[in-house]
Design a protein around this ligand. Structure first.
Ligand code: C5P
Length: 308
């Protein structure tokens, strides 16, 4: 490899997210429609120099656009490279990654997971390792619950289990996406812990099965096309994220921000993943971009993008 290898790590939104129950391993079984976005981090890699090694801490990462992780070894890019190196079980040249961050972090947009999937793919190419789909997804699942969706390389999917059961659904076509992402962010583990606390307080350990957003996932899979208009889709999904009460509990001002956005954008506003990113849907990326000026949210990143 004489040139840098480059890849895009695209973000996602969730259209509905049902929490079906807590598992013995502490994770939660989910059902959700994941839709990939054009918004992406840029990851590239070159050989760092130095002899081939089995040392899982041999690879380097430069990050542009956000503060580096306190312990660089915990960054998902380096964890992905270390995992692949260990799996290969033979000395491989040290890699130097460069990550340009554009996806807000701790936002419910899967940024870190997308980076991990991109790192797995680039490290594999750099080292000339060929992974089958099953092996790729298995390694991805070891890096994080959302990583298999990104490693599967699908524009849209019905996702179940902890995040490892992935079924392709047709992409939603032209779908503009306006993201309003409170800068404070939310820790995914804290949101799930708050979900458990709130569920216990309500003496209901599992939300009803009919909270599963079957409409977008199953219906589209069967019909071969998204049957809903953007407006119907947003209305159907608005209250389809079971993590909303937990995210609203942990993120001050989120309820008011959503109310304000729904008034100024004149459409339903959804929560993506564990939040706190709020999402409004449009018939095109251009329409989403035109709506940016209607958003008054000084403590949030406002980004117009589209399904991709
Ligand atoms: O898998 P990942 O490391 O991204 O998950 C972060 C945290 O979110 C987990 O430690 C867990 O607390 C929670 N989580 C969960 N159920 C999932 C995915 C994540 O409880 N399906």
């Amino acid at each position: 490899m004489s040139e840098r290898l480059r890849g895009l790590a695209r973000a996602k939104i969730n259209l509905g997210l049902a929490v079906l129950g807590r598992r013995p391993d502490g994770y939660h079984d989910l059902a959700s429609v994941f839709v990939r976005l054009a918004l992406a981090d840029a990851l590239s890699v070159a050989f760092a120099g130095g002899p081939p090694t089995t040392d899982p801490a041999a690879d380097l990462l430069e990050v542009v656009g956000r503060r580096p992780t306190e312990d660089p070894g915990q960054d998902l890019v380096l964890r992905a490279a270390a995992l692949l190196r260990t799996e290969a079980g033979r000395p491989l040249p040290p890699l130097a990654f460069r990550l340009v961050k554009r996806i807000p972090v701790a936002a419910g947009l899967g940024g870190g997971s997308a980076d991990a999937a991109a790192a797995l793919a680039l490290a594999g190419r750099a080292w000339g390792l060929v992974l089958g789909r099953a092996q790729r997804l298995e390694l991805a699942a070891r890096l994080g619950s959302d990583v298999p969706f990104f490693a599967a390389g699908l524009p849209a999917a019905w996702v179940e289990g902890r995040g490892e059961r992935i079924e392709s659904v047709p992409p939603p076509g032209d779908l503009g996406v306006l993201l309003v992402s409170p800068k404070a962010g939310l820790d995914t583990a804290a949101v799930f812990a708050a979900f458990d606390r709130l569920a216990a307080a309500e003496a209901r350990s599992q939300p009803p099965r009919d909270a599963v957003p079957e409409r977008a996932g199953r219906a589209s899979g069967e019909a071969g096309a998204w049957s809903s208009t953007v407006g119907d889709l947003a209305a159907a999904m608005r209250d389809g994220n079971d993590l909303w009460p937990a995210a609203a509990d942990l993120c001050p001002g989120l309820v008011e921000l959503r109310e304000r956005l729904e008034r100024s954008l004149e459409r339903p506003v959804l929560l993506s993943g564990s939040g706190p990113t709020l999402v409004a849907l449009y018939p095109s990326g251009t329409a989403a971009a035109a709506a940016v000026r209607r958003v008054d949210a000084p403590d949030a990143n406002v980004i117009a993008t589209q399904a991709a």
